[in-house]
Design a protein around this ligand. Sequence first.
Ligand SMILES: [Ca+2]
Length: 256
Amino acid sequence: MPTPATHIERTATSATITNASTVPPPSTDQTRAKYDGMASNFAAQKAAGKGVADSTIYFAVATFGPWTSPVQTPLRIDIDTNGDGVDDFRVTTGDLATFTSAANSSSDVFIATLCTSAGTNCKASPRNVVDASVADMVLFNTNVVVLPVAAADLGLSSTKTAFTYRVRTGGSSAIDLMPRQSYDVARPGMSFSAANNAPFGFVDSAANTISVAYDKTAFTNAKSKGILLLHLHNENGKHEEIVTAAAPPRHRAAGR
Ligand SMILES: [Ca+2]
């Protein structure tokens, strides 16, 4: 069985802003954010003659420890699309039954929900991008998740391609608040492709090679730090892999 791997451009680390404690979180805590990352399928859309408005943006989060069920790790991403410092959209985690009607009992069809910050005009997308009827995307017993958002639903287009966002864990009150970052859909720091694609991401096998297109200026502008590589089907403790390019040696002036 092919194993999807998802390649996400990493944009922030576990330098979390926490509300109270300065004690490092325990390694098994499924509510504490270890990494967040960004990717989109813009490069593939562009190659197909399409553009930003046709693209999907992927928010990735890795926590310190695994959840048994996604309900144990509520996530929220606040998005400012016009740069005025006021968030315009909000992505949250939930389930399809209560999305359809608040009167329903919750289901185990897990989704990412995009709404305006006022809670209107909500849209649902499958958690980990692909519906469970298509592929096993490993929603349970893992510490990594991908939340997809259609760029058009954020009002993005060829003339408006960038936004800022902030990832937080926790439900009604924040547990971890990651630093705000920016992302330009049309100018990703890195784009990934491979010969063997999975329903989402790439076939995770030694025979598959992943190619990386690198834009140094865009990478630097986004404050990206490397690649957050998600192995969805790995065992716990081995879902996320951090890949960083070797930095050239720094030369120090004599006497310092
Ligand atoms: Ca705004």
